[in-house]
Design a protein around this ligand. Structure first.
Ligand code: CUA
Length: 316
């Protein structure tokens, strides 16, 4: 049994959604606080149970001794432990909410049913938009602005930091500072409607130079393509909802697809970013994400579906 518990604990710590394998300064603070809390709880548990055992077995004749145990175990010990935990906890707060680097890039994240609109404003004034994915440079603290277009959502990337709500009509300011590179998963942590559980995002943490190169690629227009898939996209209503920068597609209802082929996943983490994934998304979007605004494109022929899927996957 202990082996089972230990192995499931180890698995939980290593999962892409683990708060116990921190990859950011805030997550480190939270993990430290968690272990302090565990130690405090274990200490109180051990002493109180020890006293209970003692009380069952002993037959004290001196009432003063009994009173000492009651006051010690019932009042002094919990007060001391909780005071220490309070001091440790309050000491973590400034690190959790420190502002992002002055003059650095700002990332605006808007929660929408059920995906994340992500807009970067770089320090040189360049702006670009993408969806369901964030790139962050390791060792730098970027400012985030969190908003919502419809209902309350909550942004949570457990390996990088705690949760922050996205509230309609409000701007929540925050900052994240990753401490190691990797791909980390985030989820929406506030029930926001039918497909709340299908609102994930990926955070890719890279070296600062790779981040600058990525931003430069993202700011560029979509690669011009004379492939049949581009015609399928243009003539079947896709541009009404989606933007492809550099083309006539300028819809803003759904995600910007300018570089969609370069993202980790599609549909806010629902499917892998492959031609097959795009096909499945186009054909079965209503089943994959109940309540979503996007209609199913099952009126397309098999050839058109493949052409469109291959075109989208190629938009890197
Ligand atoms: Cu968005 Cu739950």
């Amino acid at each position: 049994m202990p082996a089972v518990v230990a192995s499931s604990l180890a698995l939980a710590c290593e999962s892409p959604l683990s708060a116990l394998s921190p990859a950011g300064s805030q997550a480190q603070e939270i993990a430290t606080l968690f272990w302090w809390m565990v130690a405090g709880a274990a200490l109180i548990w051990a002493v109180v149970n020890g006293l209970a055992l003692y009380a069952i077995r002993s037959r004290p004749r001196d009432p003063r001794k009994t009173r000492l145990f009651i006051i010690g175990g019932g009042a002094v010990l919990p007060t001391a432990v909780l005071t220490v935990l309070l001091i440790v906890g309050l000491g973590r707060v400034p690190g959790l909410f420190a502002p992002g680097e002055a003059g650095g890039p700002v990332v605006r994240i808007s929660g929408e049913q059920w995906w994340w609109r992500v807009q970067y404003q770089m320090d040189d004034g360049t702006q670009f938009e993408l969806a369901n994915e964030l790139y962050l440079p390791v060792g730098r603290r970027l400012s985030l602005v969190l908003e919502s277009a419809d209902v309350i959502h909550s942004f949570w990337v457990p390996s990088l930091g705690g949760k922050m709500d996205l509230i309609p009509g409000r701007m929540n300011r925050w900052a994240l500072e990753p401490t190691r590179t990797g791909v980390f998963m985030g989820i929406c942590a506030e029930y926001c409607g039918l497909s709340h559980a299908k609102m994930m995002l990926h955070v890719v943490v890279v070296e600062p130079s790779a981040f600058e190169a990525w931003a430069e690629r993202q700011a560029a227009d979509a690669a011009p393509a004379q492939v049949p898939g581009a015609r399928v996209f243009a003539t079947n209503g896709c541009p009404a909802c989606h933007t492809l920068r550099g083309t006539t597609a300028k819809g803003v209802i759904g995600p910007d697809l300018t570089h969609v082929g370069g993202r980790v996943a599609i549909g806010a983490g629902v499917l892998p970013n492959t031609e097959k994934g795009f096909r499945e998304w186009l054909l079965e979007v209503a089943r994959l994400k109940p309540g979503v605004h996007m209609p199913t494109f099952d009126m397309l022929s098999d050839t058109e579906l493949s052409e469109l899927a291959s075109y989208l996957e190629g938009l890197e």
